[in-house]
Design a protein around this ligand. Structure first.
Ligand code: 6PG
Length: 247
């Protein structure tokens, strides 16, 4: 099931997303005692993370936070996704450190970091007695080239079906070496929220949402048994036909 929501600005998108996060996290904590989320970096989610950091009443002590991907740069770098997410969101909340799962990027090779991250995900699955990781919510961004997470067009990682996390070399001007969760992990999530802002994303959003251009990694995100939600500002949604906007 796919939803498309269009917002006048990022504040309105963040307010909506906070409400959905509240619903999902409350329901999952009531049903199974915990809530698991995987977060993306980049600029788009920053407004949301700021708003979430103010929601001290959310069940953070029962929330497990994973990374969708990481640029292979030291934590101290402004490029490091965990640095951004920790600075804007995590350090303001009482999440037990053991519930926060960053991807290692210092004193380690990208390949070993991916293996360690996969082992971390597997031990989490064992702890919560699930065979495969099934995140309650995954927040994804989308690049103008159609990448999402660190799954870039035409790269081998798109075909990965065995590993939960892999090291990749990105294409284009972005940081080259990265670690990312793979499509099977993403598509096994209960809720997948794509967030996109700005006219620069309009073309790729059209190609993913309307044209379903399967050459684009973002178009390969199709939850096996979950909900796919597009959260778009008016500019990013400007090329989507009105008859597609069903929410
Ligand atoms: C990253 C993200 C990446 C991002 C898109 C969109 O590490 O950069 O995981 O997939 O979500 O590139 O980035 P913006 O939100 O900055 O446009």
């Amino acid at each position: 099931m796919t939803e498309i929501h269009i917002f006048k600005d990022m504040q309105q998108m963040a307010e909506f997303t906070v409400l959905r996060w509240a619903e999902i996290s409350k329901s999952e904590v009531e049903n199974k005692g915990y809530f698991s989320v995987a977060l993306s970096g980049g600029r788009t989610p920053e407004t949301l993370y700021k708003k979430l950091s103010e929601k001290k009443e959310f069940p953070w002590e029962k929330t497990h936070v994973f990374m969708v991907d990481e640029r292979f740069v030291p934590y101290e770098s402004d490029e490091n996704n965990y640095h951004m997410i920790n600075t804007i969101l995590l350090r303001h909340l009482n999440i037990p450190p053991k519930n926060i799962h960053p991807i290692l990027t210092s004193d380690i090779s990208p390949e070993t970091s991916a293996q360690k991250y996969e082992a971390d995900i597997i031990s989490y699955c064992k702890a919560v007695r699930t065979r495969q990781p099934r995140f309650d919510l995954i927040l994804l961004g989308i690049g103008e080239d159609g990448h999402t997470a660190s799954l870039f067009p035409g790269t081998p990682a798109l075909k990965e079906t065995r590993n939960l996390a892999v090291s990749v070399c990105s294409t284009g001007p972005v940081t080259r070496e990265r670690i990312t969760i793979t499509l099977p992990v993403i598509n096994n999530a209960q809720n997948i929220f794509f967030m996109a802002e700005g006219v620069g994303k309009a073309r790729v959003i059209k190609e993913v949402v309307e044209d379903r251009n399967n050459m684009l990694p973002a178009a390969k995100v199709r939850p096996c048994n979950g909900k796919l939600v597009f959260l778009l500002d008016q500019n990013a949604a400007s090329l989507i036909p009105a008859n597609m906007i069903k929410t």
